[in-house]
Design a protein around this ligand. Structure first.
Ligand code: BGC
Length: 666
């Protein structure tokens, strides 16, 4: 089909196809071509109703960092499937997500849209997300390719990153997601090593297409093309949105012999192939979730993604004293997020929901029968004496606060990891008047809690938990559901403890001199104590690990088995994590790296055997002398447990690949 279409198109039509018809749609060639509607993503449908010129209302799912805190691939699949349904309802063909950039610093303004500091966790959840969309005939767009890990001056600041770091940390999630054959990839705004992503032939053509085998369409981020000729030469297929100079510049380049029509054709074919793919998949476009079920999925994600960080003296769950064994007869609630919690950070990832949440205090009193009081947060008339009195008279105070879209969003970074001074004071003052204090935090990335954590009894990290936050929190806080989320990023003690430590560089470039030591890889290397480690999260259940063993299927191919026992009276889900440590190597390697995980529901006092796989990629690092992934023979350790800093199980193994494949003497 595409060849016959191609032969019928004039040069002018062909170059028109290489940019959008408008902000969201591909060029329709006056009805000759099916127009594709490209739409955001990634935590719900943010699609503009072109007739009304305003966004359609859609299910505001928790943002992707909360999804990552679930460590649940099945849920990630269903989450994307919910978004696919809404694409189908409104005619979205390509969903601009998932965003699979690595959280290099807690300050990045878009961290809430991304999954994790770890490439493996990002890759696994990203894969499930891509499958969830594409199984319903909606194309995925993995973005932003690549090394876009900061929002500060994102369009111009060059990410200066060495080859090994690029491969092992920043490209790895893309490489993993490519296994699911996403229909499209979006290049980022930033230059990489001095060349804009949209013009970077090495990254687009040599690496993405040739080496990693991507055969879909590469589009630009919105406005990321500076030089149309260089973009086409780099094999960028589609410049979004409509670029007014595209046609003129490219036609002139062909006329002057700086670009061949064949080079244009190659790019046009990719757009035609995408249209064809979308048409061929149209029979898959069947809605499977009702409106209500989509909302329920938002609640479920918020529930599985909430992380219980502290629960001293078992202050949670809330149980009614009137029930005999219960603890509380009155709970005081404070904070703007009690009534209508912030659903997301700001920018293109923000979804307009039609759903109005019920206040948390209303849900909790209906669920438990415990009396509740609430004080509205007001900048002008705080009436603190009344607030403190209510806190004093209750058995426990719940404070829900954190960041919003003015603090975390697209196009800017946070300037601090701390809450505002006002918010920190509120926590300290209310807790000093309260018998017990529970803090619920809304934010898209790590928060420095050092000023107040010692003065409160419980902390729940809700994240930006979407339109179902209060329903999810009600069930968790009342013990009708168990906490099962774990952190997909480290919470360091303070910004000073992070790699950059709050320092900025010259502003022109962003030097990635932390190399492969990102997130827990950095804190491990520095032997730094952290507030909450990567992979950490409490539950109402307690778990014990034991009996690790392996089955060797091949030299780099193992089944790892271990037992987890729920030692409590409460049913719960445990996320177990499997890290691999290279004991000795010719190149410097992280202390350990996540290579497998599993989330399992375990009944009270039940023991479950978990089985995960390790393969070549679990032992390999990227060798820049060989220009490929390479496993060096020698001793490895497999470490298993409930967080990156709590790994009770250890197993040693030795990799002995044939000597002719080896370059080391060990
Ligand atoms: C963002 C992309 C988004 C696009 C379209 C850009 O500013 O970086 O992630 O998909 O806008 O809204």
């Amino acid at each position: 089909m595409k060849n016959s279409v191609l032969s019928r198109l004039s040069l002018e039509e062909k170059v028109s196809i290489l940019t959008g018809e408008d902000i969201w749609r591909t060029y329709g060639a006056s009805g000759k071509l099916k127009q594709l509607f490209l739409t955001d993503g990634p935590s719900g449908l943010r699609m503009v109703d072109l007739k009304e010129n305003k966004p359609f209302k859609a299910t505001a799912l928790p943002t992707c960092h909360v999804l990552a805190n679930t460590w649940n691939e099945k849920l990630a699949y269903e989450y994307a499937s919910v978004i696919a349904d809404e694409c189908i309802v409104h005619g979205g063909d390509i969903l601009l997500g998932p965003g699979i950039n690595i959280k290099r610093s807690p300050l990045c303004g878009r961290n809430f849209e991304y999954f994790s500091e770890d490439p493996y966790l990002t890759g696994m959840l990203g894969k499930a997300y891509v499958r969830g969309l594409q199984d319903k005939g909606v194309g995925a767009c993995i973005k932003h390719y690549c090394a876009n890990n900061s929002e500060y001056d994102r369009c111009y600041q060059s990410s200066e990153v060495d080859e090994r770091t690029l491969r092992e940390i920043y490209l790895r999630p893309f490489e993993m997601c490519l296994e699911e054959k996403p229909w499209t990839v979006m290049c980022s705004y930033n230059p990489i090593n001095g060349i804009y992503a949209s013009e970077n032939r090495k990254l687009l053509h040599d690496v993405l297409r040739k080496e990693l085998g991507f055969d879909g369409l590469i589009m630009s981020d919105w406005g990321a093309v500076h030089n149309p000729l260089l973009a086409v030469k780099a094999t960028l297929d589609l410049c979004m949105p409509y670029h007014k100079d595209y046609k003129e510049v490219l036609i002139k380049a062909v006329q002057e012999g700086r670009l061949t029509e064949e080079e244009i054709n190659e790019r046009v074919v990719k757009v035609l192939e995408l249209i064809e793919k979308s048409e061929q998949n149209s029979s898959k476009r069947k809605i499977t979730f009702t409106d209500r079920e989509r909302h329920v999925k938002a609640v479920e994600t918020a529930k599985e993604g909430a992380v219980l960080l502290k629960n001293e003296g078992g202050v949670l769950p809330f149980t009614n004293r009137a029930d005999g064994s219960g603890k509380y007869s009155k709970i005081f609630f404070y904070g703007v997020n009690i009534k209508s919690p912030v659903t997301s950070g700001g920018g293109s990832g923000r979804v307009e929901t039609a759903f109005t949440q019920k206040p948390l205090y209303e849900l909790i009193s209906a669920s438990t029968g415990i009396a509740t009081t609430f004080a509205e947060e007001s900048r002008w008339e705080p009436c603190w004496r009344s607030v403190y009195k209510q806190a004093y008279e209750a058995d426990v105070s719940v404070i829900a606060l954190g960041n919003d879209a003015s603090i975390e969003g697209e196009g800017f970074n946070r300037c601090t990891m701390r809450l505002s001074k006002e918010q920190e004071d509120i926590i300290l003052n209310i807790s000093s008047h309260s018998e017990k204090t529970v803090v619920i935090l809304y934010a898209g990335s790590a928060v420095d809690m050092s000023a107040w954590i010692d003065y409160v009894d419980a902390v729940v990290f809700a994240g930006f938990a979407g339109e179902g936050a209060n329903e999810a929190l009600c069930e968790l806080l009342c013990g009708r559901a168990n906490f099962s989320g774990k952190l997909s990023e480290t919470f360091p003690r303070s910004l000073q403890d992070t790699f950059k430590g709050g320092k900025t560089y010259d502003g022109e470039t962003d030097l990635y001199d932390d190399g492969i030591f990102v997130g827990y890889r950095y804190y491990d290397r520095e032997k730094k104590d952290v507030m909450f480690p990567f992979g950490y999260g409490l539950s109402y259940s307690t778990f014990e690990y034991g009996n690790i063993r392996l089955v060797k299927n091949g030299e780099c191919d193992y089944d790892i088995l271990y037992d987890i026992t729920n030692t409590s009276d409460t049913e719960g889900k445990e996320i177990s994590q499997v890290y691999v440590k290279d004991v000795s190597s010719m190149v410097r390697r992280p202390e350990k790296e996540l290579k497998a995980f599993s989330k399992d529901n375990i009944l009270p006092h039940q023991t479950k055997t978990v089985q995960v796989k390790l393969d070549f990629s679990s032992f390999a690092c990227y060798n820049v002398s060989l220009d490929r992934w390479y496993v060096e023979n020698g001793d490895f350790e497999v470490l298993v447990g409930g967080s990156s800093r709590n790994l009770p199980l250890k197993l040693k193994l030795r990799v002995e690949l044939p000597q002719e494949e080896q370059f080391s003497d060990g």
